[in-house]
Design a protein around this ligand. Sequence first.
Ligand code: ZN
Length: 291
Amino acid sequence: MKKLLISILFLVTFVSMMHVSGLFRLSQMFDHANATFVSQERLPIIDTHVHYNTPAWEVYPPDAIINLLKKSGVVKALVSSTPDEGTRMLYKEDPERIIPFLRPYHDDINSSNWYLKDQVFPYTLKRLEMPIYKGIGEFHIHNHIDTDSPIIQKTVRLAVERDLYIHVHSDHRAVETIFSYEPKVKILWAHAGMSDPPDVISSMFDRHKNLWVDISIREHEIAPNEKLAPEWEKLFLKHADRITIGSDTWINAQWDNYEAIIAFDRKWLAQLPDDVARQIAFENAKRLFDR
Ligand SMILES: [Zn+2]
């Protein structure tokens, strides 16, 4: 009797274990099917203008940022931060997803004074000893007449020597000056010049083969009321291989709004021919930075 009871108990346990594991497999299959469906539905994005600055660290810890990228279908992100430690924190969390750029700002060194401070260049060299960086920047040149300053020239030369990109926030005149003293440098031009119009961007592309742009902050100019503006459409069709998506998470409000920013970009991308949309969404950034 006791033996029979033990056998029945054993059988029941065995059957229920099979049942549970079967259910588990079924739910895994369901998840997988769901993921495949989602990835076919949404255009993958590589976000080439991300910052993870100090004020974001507590509100959005590294794992929360990575989850936000995943949720938004952002397969990779080009990150630079004030201070650079933020970039390293995200890289540590997900080295496959994060493309680190080295930003020189830290302590009292900021976008307005970095090119005047002697300690910036040694700091840059020191940080680059960690061999994770694909570029230097995003840095600002608020006034194009400063582009000739020795620290900016040295930084640009260093980028060429190390085969790094520079991510530059400036107008087209500063970009012209940089190319005049270092024609070989590869520039990711932040915000496509911020205020330079599409025809100026287009002529910059015609003159400089090592120039690419991210369109961060300009999405509502590109697609007022979600409808792609004709002058931007013309630029995208003519120079589809030079343009990348960017969000610019320079303040926490941009992180609060992150999914909406990326979703908005997908709306105007959908109004372009498929191959052009794919280049701008992720193929260009993958070719340039994911090597
Ligand atoms: Zn920025």
